[in-house]
Design a protein around this ligand. Structure first.
Ligand code: IPE
Ligand code: IPE
Ligand code: MG
Length: 248
């Protein structure tokens, strides 16, 4: 038998936390009940990542498209973010978690923006786990923002067009200072990206599970990590090359 697996844990995991609405519907409760139940799953994955020594965790909490949902659901979600920030940041900080929000925060009301910025400042020196929460985030927005910053630098004469390469572009995208995304997880059974990290997904391993987000827990995370460990990441090379490199 040949084994071609790699034996490292993912350094950076990204999760599309999907299925809250269906979870609530199955219980004849409003969708917001499902969003609220999803908080426990967030705590579970944070704890799981801390235990496994995962360096970075990026969670998709609210997409730039989610504004199109009914106003009462959007309102309930924003309310939930406020409460979660008030309640969870102490514990995250105690556990050495650095919290960052990615996305266009300017769309949120001032009180919520302030809580997000305060939480980022307060946890800025923590190093156990880099936790990023994507809110009003879109992968295309991220790429366009980077292009805008690059264009501005060229217009200002700080950068020549010839010097624009992948590394220079990457530096202007969200999460550029973190390890590359290794493992993408989507709960809730749909097999799509829904405008989550696009640039960053280039070589991530994709993992989809039927489990609805409020039911996701450390055991479910472990299944995803175990699955990841069985993947052969070839990055364009042949399986033989990868096996030889592992032996050497
Ligand atoms: C994901 O759950 C949470 C957010 C998008 C904020 P959904 O609310 O999309 O749940 P389903 O997909 O309708 O079950
Ligand atoms: C993606 O889920 C966004 C988040 C989990 C925050 P959606 O439920 O909004 O995605 P679609 O609409 O099914 O593609
Ligand atoms: Mg959904």
């Amino acid at each position: 038998m040949t084994t071609t697996t790699h034996n490292y844990a993912p350094r950076h995991i990204g999760i599309v936390m999907d299925g809250n609405g269906r979870w609530a519907k199955a219980r004849h409760r409003p969708r917001s009940f499902g969003h609220n139940a999803g908080r426990k799953a967030v705590r579970e994955v944070v704890e799981g990542c801390l235990r496994q020594g995962v360096e970075a965790l990026t969670l998709f909490a609210f997409s730039s498209e989610n504004w199109q949902r009914p106003a009462d659901e959007v309102g309930a979600l924003l309310e939930l973010f406020m409460r979660a920030l008030d309640k969870e940041v102490d514990e995250l900080h105690e556990n050495g978690v650095r919290l960052r929000f990615i996305g266009d925060l300017s769309a949120f009301d001032k009180a919520l923006q302030k809580r997000m910025i305060d939480a980022m400042h307060r946890t800025a020196d923590n190093t156990k786990l880099q936790m990023n929460v994507a809110v009003n985030y879109g992968g295309r927005w991220d790429i366009v923002e980077a292009a805008r910053k690059i264009a501005q630098a060229v217009a200002n004469g700080e950068l020549s067009a010839d010097a624009i390469d992948e590394a220079a572009f990457d530096r202007e995208t969200s999460l550029s200072e973190l390890p590359p995304l290794d493992l993408f997880i989507r709960t809730g059974g749909d097999h799509r990206i829904s405008n989550f990290l696009l640039w960053q997904l280039a070589y991530a391993e994709l993992y989809f599970t039927e489990t609805l987000w409020p039911d996701f827990n450390q055991a479910a995370l472990q299944l995803a990590i175990d699955d990841f460990a069985r993947r052969e990441r070839r990055f364009g090379r042949t399986g033989e090359q990868v096996t030889q490199a592992a032996v050497r």
